[in-house]
Design a protein around this ligand. Structure first.
Ligand SMILES: Nc1ncnc2c1ncn2[C@@H]1O[C@H](COP(=O)(O)OP(=O)(O)OP(=O)(O)O)[C@@H](O)[C@H]1O
Length: 296
C-alpha cells in the first residue's frame, strides 16, 4: 500500500488561453491534513476538481490511494468524499431527511439509513436541528450538514473546498474541531482555504499556490521559519496595525529600524516584536511575481 494518499506530478490545466495549473507537484501522507492555500482565483478549486475526477487535467498525473484519476476514475470515486463550496443539500427537507435520502441513494437499507443518520446527527452536533428545514439553518449548521451528507459512506480521503468561508469565528472553530476529529479517525483530509489561520491551526502540511505553481510547501512552523527572525509591528492609538517590518531580531537591527521609524510616526505609536505569522509568510510568498520565480 502506498504511504501517500495523494500524489500529484507535473499537473497542468488551461482554460482557453489561461494557464491555471502550471506543473503542480505534491504528496499528501495518509492520515494527515493538507491545506492548499492561495488567493482568490489561484486554481485551488480546479485542483480539487481534477483530484476528485470532476474535470480532466491537460497534462501530468495524479493518483488517490494509488488509483490514477483518469485511468481509474471509478476506484478514485470510491475512495473519496467531497464537500464543495456549495454542497447539494435540499433546502426544503429537514437535516435528518437530507441525510436519510443520501443514505438511501448510497445503497443503505432503511434500517441502516436510520442508524447511520442518527450517528451522523450526533457526530456533527445536529441532533437539536434534525427536524428543522435546512432553509432555517445558520451558516455553521449548514456546513456541518454538508459534511455529514458527504460522509454517509466512510471513505479514506476527504476533500473540503473552503470549508469555513463566510462563517463566524465560533462556527469556524467548531468546524475545525470536527475536521480534527475526522483526522483522528484516520482520514486523509485535503482542504483549500484562503484563511491563513485555518491552515496554521489544522494542517500538518501546507502548500501555497500562486501563479499556477506551488511556491512553497512545509509545516506551518517551517513556513514561518522561512520568513526568518522576528517581525516589528507598529500599532496606532486604537491598537490597529499600521505597519509590519521583518527584522533579524538582533538589537542592532531593531535599534536601526526603530531609529528610522521614529521620525515618521507619532510619538504614541506602539511597537510589538513578535514571531512571524502565516500572514507574513503568505505576503512574503505571494507578493510579487519576482519572488514566485525565485522560490518555485
Ligand atoms: N470552467 C472554467 N472555464 C474557464 N475558466 C475557469 C473555469 N474554472 C475556473 N476557471 C478560471 O480558473 C481560475 C482558477 O479558478 P479556481 O476556481 O480554481 O480558483 P480558486 O483558487 O478556487 O479561487 P476561489 O478562492 O475564488 O474559489 C480563475 O481565473 C477562474 O476564472
Amino acid at each position: 500500500m502506498p504511504t501517500n494518499s495523494i500524489e500529484v506530478r507535473e499537473l497542468r490545466k488551461r482554460f482557453g488561453k489561461q494557464t491555471v495549473l502550471d506543473g503542480i507537484h505534491l504528496d499528501v501522507a495518509k492520515g494527515t491534513i493538507f491545506a492548499l492555500l492561495g488567493p482568490n482565483g489561484a486554481g485551488k478549486t480546479t485542483l480539487i476538481h481534477i483530484l476528485s475526477t470532476l474535470i480532466e487535467p491537460d497534462g501530468g498525473t495524479a493518483s488517490i490511494e494509488g488509483h490514477d484519476v483518469i485511468a481509474e476514475r471509478k476506484a478514485v470515486r470510491r475512495s473519496i468524499s467531497l464537500t464543495g463550496q456549495f454542497a447539494a443539500v435540499d433546502e426544503v427537507l429537514t437535516g435528518k431527511e437530507n441525510i436519510v435520502m443520501m443514505c438511501r441513494l448510497s445503497g443503505l437499507t432503511a434500517q441502516q439509513s436510520r442508524e447511520r443518520t442518527a450517528e451522523l446527527l450526533k457526530q456533527f452536533e445536529l441532533e437539536d436541528a434534525a427536524g428543522k428545514r435546512v432553509k432555517t439553518y445558520s451558516g455553521g449548521m449548514r456546513r456541518r450538514l454538508d459534511l455529514a451528507v458527504s460522509l454517509v459512506v466512510n471513505r479514506p480521503v476527504l476533500f473540503l473546498d473552503e470549508p469555513t468561508t463566510g462563517l463566524d469565528t465560533v462556527s469556524r472553530r467548531s468546524l475545525w474541531d470536527l475536521i480534527l476529529r475526522l483526522k483522528r479517525r484516520g482520514m486523509t483530509i485535503f482542504l483549500t482555504t484562503q484563511y491563513l489561520e485555518e491552515a496554521d491551526q489544522l494542517a500538518d502540511e501546507i502548500a501555497v499556490l500562486s501563479g499556477g505553481r506551488i511556491v512553497a510547501t512545509g509545516t506551518p512552523e517551517q513556513l514561518k521559519a522561512r520568513v526568518g527572525g522576528e517581525v516589528i509591528e507598529l500599532r496606532n492609538r486604537q491598537d490597529e496595525i499600521i505597519r509590519t517590518i521583518p527584522t533579524s531580531g538582533s538589537v542592532q537591527d531593531i535599534r536601526h529600524t526603530l531609529n528610522e521609524l521614529a521620525t515618521s510616526y507619532p510619538a504614541d505609536t506602539r511597537v510589538v516584536i513578535r514571531k512571524p505569522s502565516m500572514d507574513d509568510v503568505f505576503l512574503d510568498l505571494t507578493d510579487t511575481k519576482q519572488k514566485e520565480a525565485t522560490l518555485a
